[in-house]
Design a protein around this ligand. Structure first.
Ligand SMILES: O=C(O)c1ccccc1N[C@@H]1O[C@H](COP(=O)(O)O)[C@@H](O)[C@H]1O
Length: 209
């Protein structure tokens, strides 16, 4: 079963929609330059709506120790997503479970990346975009080698229309979406969140037939 993360939430209604739709994780963007930025205090309010077994994820881009600490104080049970230029040592700073994002370009060596970030719970594959992420761009899925030992989260330009294809080709542990469930940059749609989660479930059902 492919796990689902809905990222970049800033409104109560969309956190509720993600939970109702069956998302396994919801992401809060602690990167001030993002259109989806929320303060740790706001994320804390939103995360109170989460039931057990739905994981809050805090997304950081080249954060300072103080920024990381503020996020962790607001959401002590969060999974950390490093989506910038962080080194393995940067990611190990918090001693917390984390996802490490990688921009996939021709020549990208996923095996080497996975062994450098061996403490990551999963490697999150994204397209190279300006502003580090959340660009709604799909990368070339054929660049992902088969049978990599790292757990993979597929992201980058996913939507209800293409997520089944992505799952069939990459066979990721989880998928992550932001732009593809928005009506405009930073504005989520409960309807699109539901459509996305239904498309993932259909894709899983198709693969087990
Ligand atoms: O969402 C953002 O604004 C963002 C900013 C900086 C780094 C990452 C960001 N989001 C992550 O980018 C990927 C792909 O998103 P999209 O579906 O293509 O819009 C996803 O992992 C988001 O969590």
């Amino acid at each position: 079963m492919t796990r689902i993360k809905i990222c970049g939430l800033s409104q109560e209604a969309h956190v509720e929609a993600a939970v109702e739709a069956g998302a396994d994780a919801v992401g809060f963007v602690f990167y001030a330059k993002s259109a989806r930025f929320v303060t740790p205090q706001r994320a804390r309010v939103l995360a109170r709506l989460l039931p057990p077994f739905v994981t809050p994820v805090g997304l950081f881009v080249n954060a300072t120790d103080a920024e990381l600490q503020a996020g962790l104080e607001a959401l002590p049970n969060m999974l950390v997503q490093f989506h910038g230029d962080e080194t393995p040592a940067d990611c190990d700073r918090t001693e917390r479970p984390y996802l490490r994002a990688a921009a996939v370009t021709p020549g990208f060596d996923l095996v080497d990346f996975g062994s450098r970030f061996s403490n990551a719970q999963a490697i999150l594959l994204d397209a190279p975009v300006e502003g580090y992420g959340g660009g709604g761009k799909v990368f070339d899925w054929s660049l992902v080698p088969p049978n990599v030992s790292s757990r993979l989260v597929l992201s980058g330009g996913l939507s209800a229309a293409n997520v089944a294809d992505g799952i069939a080709r990459v066979r990721p542990w989880a998928v992550d979406v932001s732009s593809g469930v928005e009506v405009s940059k930073g504005i989520k749609s409960a309807d699109l969140i539901h459509q996305f989660c239904r498309a993932v479930r259909r894709a899983d059902a198709e693969l087990t037939r």
